[in-house]
Write a protein that binds this ligand. Structure first.
Ligand SMILES: C[S@@+](CC[C@H](N)C(=O)[O-])C[C@H]1O[C@@H](n2cnc3c(N)ncnc32)[C@H](O)[C@@H]1O
Length: 217
């Protein structure tokens, strides 16, 4: 006999099936409903432009990569990484690895386009990463903050001057200090809640533009 679904996973499935963003993603041929969040941010903030080198952290199943690839239309580079496999996408280098691990980071760095020594080549860092929630709020918040802290460190190592950073973030312990660190590095910083982001989800999206580098110590 098959394993019974829990009430919460059944509720999630029911909600998913009746979600208009899910329907629309299917109708329009996108891999995920998440694509509409990036689309809204991009329409507002003009993030994705032909010729860019884009890194997508937590990219599976590939909606954001798909959207970026459509916009770049062969002019530029997109590298997506996820713990889960990402089905091949034209114009996208799909990596399976853990961005939090040294091996995953090394795999990602090896795929970046070449840069002159001392210069940074990435124009846009996207992070839609979210940890698997354990249900223990303090632990989940700490893990979510670790992901965005590492994404910001990745910006320091690879984002070109003037580049942009988009990150899903959860308000809670550690957020204010992280936001302050972002503000030290980018000329323009905004928090956004795209329409496709569920009201009851605590997630918000940071959009930081015009990277200036880490503060002098
Ligand atoms: C909301 S989904 C991303 C959806 C994607 N933006 C899209 O449009 O299809 C979040 C992803 O983050 C990934 N993730 C979480 N922690 C990660 C890590 N340490 N390294 C790589 N990927 C991670 C998860 O596996 C999950 O697929």
């Amino acid at each position: 006999m098959g394993k019974k679904r829990s009430a919460s996973s059944r509720r999630w499935l029911d909600e998913h099936e009746s979600d208009p963003w899910v329907q629309r993603a299917r109708d329009e041929g996108w891999r995920s409903r998440a694509v509409f969040k990036l689309q809204e941010l991009d329409r507002k903030d003009h993030l994705i432009k032909a010729g860019q080198a884009i890194v997508d952290l937590g990219a599976a199943p590939g909606g954001w990569c798909q959207y970026a690839a459509n916009k770049l239309n062969g002019r530029g580079t997109i590298i997506g990484i996820d713990l889960l496999p990402i089905d091949p996408l034209p114009g996208v280098t799909c990596l399976q690895g853990d961005f939090e691990s040294d091996e995953g980071l090394a795999q990602l760095e090896a795929a970046l386009p070449p840069a002159e020594p001392g210069s940074h080549r990435v124009d846009l860092v996207l992070s839609d990463m979210a940890p698997n929630m354990s249900g223990i709020p303090v632990a989940d918040q700490a893990r979510a903050m670790n992901l965005v802290e590492l994404a910001l460190a990745f910006c320091d190592d690879h984002l070109a001057s003037g580049g942009s950073f988009v990150a899903k973030v959860f308000m809670g312990e550690g957020f204010d200090a992280w936001l302050a660190a972002v503000k030290q590095r980018f000329a323009t910083v905004a928090m956004r809640k795209p329409e496709a982001s569920r009201d009851r989800s605590r997630e918000q999206y940071l959009v930081a533009r015009n990277y200036q580098g880490p503060p002098a110590v």
